[in-house]
Design a protein around this ligand. Structure first.
Ligand SMILES: [Zn+2]
Length: 82
């Protein structure tokens, strides 16, 4: 999908305002799908806690992504990560 967008961008060079809008919408849709995929698919194998969702809800705004990289056990059931 990213390659398709990159090809489209390179080909049109975004001179056409309609193409620019379409590319913008495509990028927004892809980002939204990716965000939802991350929210719902990254979860604890034990208790099914959605880790990304949990981090967003409970961690400070500037820290939640940092927390996702650093945490070593599930905040709910203490299941060791990996
Ligand atoms: Zn868990």
């Amino acid at each position: 999908m990213g390659a398709v967008i990159a090809f489209f961008v390179a080909k049109s060079q975004l001179e056409d305002p309609i193409a620019r809008i379409i590319v913008g919408l495509l990028v927004a849709v892809v980002l939204a799908i990716g965000a939802f995929y991350a929210l719902y698919s990254v979860r604890c194998p034990e208790c099914k806690l959605r880790w990304v969702w949990w981090a967003l809800k409970t961690q400070p705004h500037s820290r939640w992504s940092h927390w996702l990289y650093e945490f070593t056990e599930c905040p709910q059931c203490k299941h060791s990560r990996g």
